[in-house]
Design a protein around this ligand. Structure first.
Ligand SMILES: [Zn+2]
Length: 275
């Protein structure tokens, strides 16, 4: 993705980290917000190349691959004379380095006339939040920074929350505009698609996207961001209320399954051990 720093429109950068993480950066007037800097080094390298300064950090949840680089990035920024950046995130004992705790419904002004809305999405962890950036004067396409809650064709493991909580959290995402870009934190797409195809072998949209995703990965290209509209067509965890998923959950897990939440619980458990 090319970054034109002189353009007043927001610019976006997706930075790979570790083996399969993506770190997300938003830029305007050479001032950058970073979402979930699990590793500071690739961010600092990008900032140095592009002469960026840190405007702030947005955290989705407390796992190390999402917060591990926060302190180093803060220290680097202070050493470079930047002192007025902010670090925002959910309430959690392991997130001690933040200036402001965010809750469902909060709005954060990233730049003048650029605001993100906070959505509480318990499931992967209990205090997980997501950030929705709507269309605005400086942003032509809505974006969702969803951490480890929603992935391309999958969802996060339920480490702390219940299937019911994850169902409701994904329900918030289903209400977003279809064109919303899903900026998730991992490249898990091919593994997720394999499982999705197992559950819905006759879903044409799913088969088509699987082919495209395989081609992208063969060329070492990212498959994310995807869109909410695509996820509603192919992601089994966004489709738990459909007869095709109910039937698969009954067939492969428990014939007495009768509600969408039970479908989600069953397929999430299956995915945990799906090879
Ligand atoms: Zn996580």
């Amino acid at each position: 993705m090319e970054v034109h720093l002189n353009n007043i429109l927001l610019q976006f950068k997706q930075i790979p980290a570790f083996t399969d993480n993506y770190l997300w950066v938003l830029i305007q007037h050479q001032q950058a917000w970073v979402v979930d800097p699990g590793d500071a080094d690739p961010i600092i390298e990008f900032f140095e190349q592009q002469h960026l300064s840190l405007k702030g950090i947005l955290i989705t949840h407390h796992h190390q691959d999402h917060i591990g680089g926060v302190i180093k990035l803060q220290d680097w920024s202070r050493r470079n004379g930047q002192k007025d950046f902010k670090t925002l995130g959910p309430l959690h004992s392991q997130i001690s380095m933040i200036d402001q705790v965010l809750q469902h419904g909060d709005e954060v002004e990233l730049y003048p006339d650029v605001r993100v809305r906070v959505i509480a999405v318990p499931g992967h962890t209990l205090s997980h939040i997501a950030y929705f950036l709507p269309i605005g004067p400086y942003n032509p396409i809505p974006r969702l920074y969803c951490g480890d809650t929603l992935f391309a064709a999958g969802c996060g493991r339920l480490f702390e929350g219940s299937p019911e909580q994850m169902y409701q959290s994904l329900g918030h995402f289903k209400e977003l505009p279809d064109e919303t870009l899903v900026c998730c934190a991992h490249e898990y797409t091919l593994s997720n698609l394999k499982f999705a195809c197992f559950l819905e072998p006759h879903n044409g949209d799913l088969l088509e996207w699987t082919q495209q995703a395989q081609q992208l990965r063969a060329l070492h290209q990212p498959t994310v961001p995807t869109s909410i509209g695509l996820e509603k067509k192919v992601n089994p965890f966004m489709r738990c209320d459909l007869a095709s998923l109910m039937k698969s959950a009954q067939q492969y897990s428990d014939p007495t399954i009768s509600t969408p939440i039970e479908v989600l619980a069953a397929i999430r458990k299956m995915k945990d051990s799906f090879a």
